[in-house]
Design a protein around this ligand. Sequence first.
Ligand code: NAI
Length: 302
Amino acid sequence: FIRTLSSTAVRNAAIKHITIIGGGQMGAGIAQVAAATGHSVVLVDTSDDILKKSIKGIEGSLKRIVKKKFADKPEAGEEFVQKILKNVSTSTDAASVVPGTDLVLEAIVENLKVKQGLFGSLDKVAPEHTIFASNTSSLPIADIASSTARLDRFGGLHFFNPVPLMKLVEVIQTPMTSQATFDALHDFSKALGKHPVSCKDTPGFIVNRLLVPYMMEAIRLHEKGHGSKEDIDVAMKLGAGYPMGPFELLDYVGLDTAKFIIDGWHDMDPENPLFNPSPMLNKLVEEGKFGKKTGEGFYKYK
Ligand code: NAI
């Protein structure tokens, strides 16, 4: 009993100080959740201006939560926000902060070479015990890890957008990821209040592997003239119980992102018809219509 207890304690103590690289949509969301669950977080990005925006975003998000939670006690709400914000510091120099960290979690631009360059340089300065993890949506974790000499302490932690609301985390194990590393990442996800699922290092992991071909198939159905995008969206909402139709979801995810993912998989496995590119998607991306974030994708936004 004592042995079990102490090994659990060691595992729970494993990840307390984390460095998150990339303070964009995902990195800031993960930082918020980690800080709110009592972890000390250093958020790293390329400039202080970006980091200021990240912290403002976190503060805004926390204030929205507080508005509901502390509706009749605004002072307690403000205290709650400030206490969480105290757990987050920022830096533009990853190499100088990783020596004090148990986990380096990367959420930077979706580019293999850039991710490899980052981890390769941090591998030299991070402590032995430090685990590295990537939040990549579409790149093989093993390819990113290959830039380091800590293949056993490297895994994937794939969060979902918006991070504070979405409960799922996919914990990805490459053939080289040790069981201790996997367990630590799994426990960390739970400590964040998330629901971890375990998956292997295959394209799209679980959610995107099913979701991206589904969205591409919806575009193909529309391209062939078999249904309007409005009807396809309504059909999937009312007939399959999905909260958003595939075109609404594509606009939310970003058409540039969807194209990037499907093109990457198509290059990897050109024979797989599920990974075929779509002329309609390519055209919209070419025109700069990326979805909600640019004001137009399959639909127009104000
Ligand atoms: P984003 O563009 O909002 O944020 C990326 C941030 O990384 C930017 O603030 C950028 O300045 C910073 N950055 C870029 N290179 C850097 C470097 N070398 N060092 C430090 N900071 C750097 O991107 P987003 O959406 O947050 O995605 C980040 C990662 O998370 C990508 O790998 C993406 O595939 C993955 N992801 C995205 C999801 C989404 O729905 N947006 C969902 C799950 C994973």
